[in-house]
Ligand binder design. Structure first.
Ligand code: NAP
Length: 250
């Protein structure tokens, strides 16, 4: 049986846990050859093993890389191209929070979040669009956040990085549409992962009544949106921000 993403090479950043892990599995389930990037090689190796044991039609290959390492990113993309000769899909999902109030936020706290969440996405997109332009085909999805649309008290650094990703997404969509490269963003609301597990129980309970669907989302529900945007069904969609938040931000 032919799968929708059969033989397509997909690069997914932040693949070791949470949403990124679910994205890797979802793409491999549809036949993609996924290169999963993160710093934690053990978790990536476990993920690759899980995909093999599940007999998924695609594959997951671990790539240990810190997304703050610009040269490392360029080298990794060169290596993937040397081995596979194509990159069809890029999902920028790696992200961190270092929350705090503006008055006491230090430069490191701001810069680190901007580097992991935004600058790294610029670096890897720049490296990946070159082969995509050559192939006259590509699908890019950036994992933003509703914080980047609505803003969020205590998250000036994070919200700025996620709003930046939306600007990057729309600009690239305009720049590279003529090359048959689409670029979209997914903006999750509250999703149950390590990132939200760190929040105090009280904060989480206080948010739930404001979510029309009355619960946090799952990583799989974000992966489904990403899978849609990289697949053939979304070929005429570009520059879009798909909000997946149970209705929270409307
Ligand atoms: P998570 O469970 O904390 O996972 C974050 C992922 O990013 C991990 O795989 C981590 O891998 C990777 N990562 C972090 N720093 C990295 C670095 N320097 N280099 C390479 N990889 C790095 O978070 P999550 O909830 O799945 O979040 C995934 C994305 O969704 C993020 O961009 C986040 O901002 C966004 N998002 C999440 C929510 C939510 O409610 N959970 C809401 C809106 C948006 P290693 O630690 O192994 O490197």
């Amino acid at each position: 049986m032919e799968h929708a993403l059969q033989d397509q090479v997909a690069v997914v950043t932040g693949g070791s846990r949470g949403i990124g892990r679910a994205i890797c599995l979802s793409l491999a389930r549809d036949g993609a050859q996924v290169v999963a990037i993160a710093r934690d090689l053990d978790q990536l190796t476990l993920l690759a093993k899980e995909s093999r044991e599940a007999g998924l039609p695609g594959s997951i290959t671990p790539c240990r890389l810190d997304m703050t390492d610009r040269e490392g990113i360029d080298d990794a993309i060169k290596q993937i191209m040397a081995q596979r000769d194509r990159i069809d899909i890029l999902v920028n999902n790696a992200g961190i929070t270092r929350d705090g109030l503006l008055a006491t936020m230090d430069d490191d706290q701001f810069d680190e979040v901007l580097t992991v969440n935004l600058r790294s996405a610029f670096w890897i997109m720049r490296a990946v669009v070159r082969p995509m332009i050559g192939a006259r085909r590509g699908r890019i999805v950036n994992v933003s956040s509703i914080s980047g649309i609505t803003g969020n008290a205590g998250q000036a650094n994070y919200a700025a990085s996620k709003a930046g990703l939306i600007g990057l997404t729309k600009s690239i969509a305009k720049e590279l549409g003529k090359r048959n490269i689409t670029c979209n963003a997914v903006a999750p609301g509250f999703i149950t992962t390590d990132m939200t597990d760190r929040l105090p129980e009280q904060t989480k309970e206080a948010v739930k009544p404001h979510i029309p669907l009355r619960r946090f989302g799952t990583s799989e529900e974000i992966a489904a949106a990403v899978r849609f945007l990289v697949g053939p069904e979304a070929r005429y969609i570009t520059g879009h921000v798909l909000v997946v938040d149970g209705g929270l931000s409307m």
